[in-house]
Design a protein around this ligand. Structure first.
Ligand SMILES: [Zn+2]
Ligand SMILES: [Zn+2]
Length: 367
């Protein structure tokens, strides 16, 4: 048993409280990590507010980075002392995982929001109280966390964990959406709805892919300026744009080849479909709202809409792709990161929800 200090969510919508929990020793296929840093993602706030199948008390956090201190008996590829970045969990056995589509793993919902092991057990407790501690297979808002070997990407000493903890979820999603899924390439046009972590990562990836028109759409002026600095060729402030579809069609000379929606706003998704070029594709990386897109409107022009989870990443491959982009100087995400000490986790979440901080990263003592 390992004692850890964790940010525990005890009730829907309530603040996280720092408490000492008892974490199991690693099972045969698990690794124990001492956390150095963990990014804060909007999905943490959603879960805190009771989204999906979340059961309280639970430890959130799903962008963990740290050093392995112990490995289970069947772990072969990792040893104590390895520095790792963690992606979300998948089973590795189902048809989708075997086909390399791990972000659509059949056990995905249980291993992410369910926050229990596949056998239904919890990884942590406090006295007699069970604490759910495998949120996205990691629950990394804690000084120590358990994860599976599959989730861990070992990185060299030249990769600062305090920075790269920012990259393993939302940024992988934005990069994968652009480089893996949507028709973005030299001479193409992409509009990005919402310039938070996912959207700004998509802007950087589109620039790296050679897109000639990159439109950032938001109502937060400071974020739009980030988008400009990272490669957006056009900025659209929705507060001053009465007809978004018309504006996007005008900028893209008749219609966008691709649009990525990260907002989940039904209104923006409707405008996006109207703004697509013939055979254009809308990627949805934010939960759909009302009003929905009338599917008949896709027919003329052969448009399509595609949901995207984790940028279609396969295991840690999406993260590896992002690291290569960064190494090549094409992914300057550092300027989006703001660090917070672990005990300021609630402040970090609220700053991110208000849009004051694009990407908060929590730092752990001694990490
Ligand atoms: Zn699977
Ligand atoms: Zn996330």
């Amino acid at each position: 048993m390992v004692r850890a200090v964790a940010a525990v969510a005890r009730e829907r919508g309530g603040p996280l409280s720092l408490e000492e929990i008892e974490l199991d020793d690693p099972r045969d296929d698990e690794i124990l990590i001492r956390m150095a840093a963990c990014g804060v993602c909007h999905t943490d706030a959603k879960a805190r507010d009771g989204y999906g199948s979340v059961v309280f008390p639970i430890v959130l956090g799903h962008e963990g980075a740290g050093t392995i201190v112990e490995v289970g008996r069947t772990v072969r590829g990792l040893v104590p002392g390895d520095r790792v970045l963690l992606v979300s969990d998948f089973c590795g056995r189902c048809d989708r995982c075997r086909a390399g589509r791990t972000s659509y793993c059949e056990e995905g919902p249980r291993r992410t929001f369910g926050a229990v092991r596949p056998d239904g057990s919890t990884r942590a407790r406090m006295g007699s109280e069970d604490i759910r501690a495998s949120f996205f297979g990691q629950s990394a808002f804690a000084t120590y966390a358990l994860a599976s070997e599959r989730q861990a990407l070992r990185v060299g000493d030249d990769v600062p964990l305090q920075l790269f903890a920012a990259t393993t979820c939302g940024m992988v999603t934005g990069v994968g959406a652009v480089l893996q899924v949507l028709p973005v390439g030299p001479g193409r046009s992409l509009a990005v709805m919402g310039t938070g972590t996912v959207g700004l990562a998509a802007v950087m990836a589109a620039r790296a892919a050679g897109a000639s028109t990159i439109v950032a759409v938001d109502k937060n002026g400071a974020r739009l300026e980030h988008a400009r600095a990272l490669g957006a060729t056009h900025l659209v402030d929705t507060d001053f744009t009465p007809d978004l579809a018309h504006t996007l069609r005008a900028i893209s000379d008749g219609g966008c080849d691709a649009i990525l929606d990260t907002t989940g706003s039904g209104e923006l998704q409707l405008a996006a479909v109207a703004a697509l070029a013939v055979l254009g594709q809308l990627g949805v990386a934010g939960g759909g709202g009302e009003p929905g897109v009338p599917l008949g409107s896709l027919m003329v022009g052969g448009k399509s809409v595609r949901g995207i989870i984790q940028g279609d990443s396969s295991g840690t491959l999406g993260l590896q792709r992002l690291l290569k982009l960064h190494e090549a100087g094409s992914f300057p995400f550092e300027r989006l990161v703001r660090h917070y000490p672990f005990e300021k986790v609630n402040e970090a979440i609220e700053d991110s929800l208000r849009g004051d901080t694009v990407k908060p990263v929590l730092l752990f003592p001694g990490g």
